[in-house]
Design a protein around this ligand. Sequence first.
Ligand code: OAD
Length: 233
Amino acid sequence: MGKVHPSVVILTGAGISAESGLRTFRASDGLWEEHRIEDVATPEGFERDPELVQNFYNERRHQLKTVVPNAAHRALAELEQGWQGDFLLVTQNVDDLHERAGSRSLIHMHGELHKARCQRCHGVFRWEADLGAMTPCPSCGAHGELRPHIVWFGEMPLELDRIGEALERCSLFLAIGTSGNVYPAAGFVRMVPRQARRIELNLEASMVAGAFPEHRTGPASETVPELVRELLG
Ligand code: OAD
């Protein structure tokens, strides 16, 4: 019988992009200190004031152009290259730093800043430019129907079936730079088999730290490359 290769699922959050210069959500200088979630990250907020919401994401799209992946993003791309078993990276981040670092087997469960979606025809489009409240849909031509392809509060995250299947058969689960406040992602650690190895990498204990038998405390740019070296032997 051939060697059985372990399968890995990795969940990342805003903490992995912090050292690239993107603010996290819940730190004292985080995005949710300056902006109300209800205003910029809910379907109701978008209905009330589309201009405000589009500007919030336009600004973040601009900022993405000024940052680059850090050592933690690069280490995960290396891990994927060197890994013999199944590999799935699930990110809650809407930035594109994982793909720019070379990650390929990647799910953006909370959407992507570089995509727009039409509420009329449901088309999803790659989007680099600014979105305005009346920007026409490139496919059906409707005005005022394009929105950021971002999963807002109260909406269903993307590709949960595929993520669930990978979690159920993984033997290694890593959670990197995520505070464990937002479900369903925060509950993933409880969906992996009991015998799976579970490691949390964070600056501090997350809300779900108790579900992880192993912890690596420190900045992701240090802890992630170190763990990847260990895993690739
Ligand atoms: P949070 O801002 O809630 O948490 C960021 C986590 O990263 C915290 O636990 C920090 O301790 C940790 N952290 C910060 N800097 C770090 C570093 N250099 N190295 C390692 N860890 C570090 O962000 P998320 O958990 O990603 O959703 O938030 C989850 C979701 O809530 C986001 O996807 C977003 C937000 O509302 C949507 O916008 C849909």
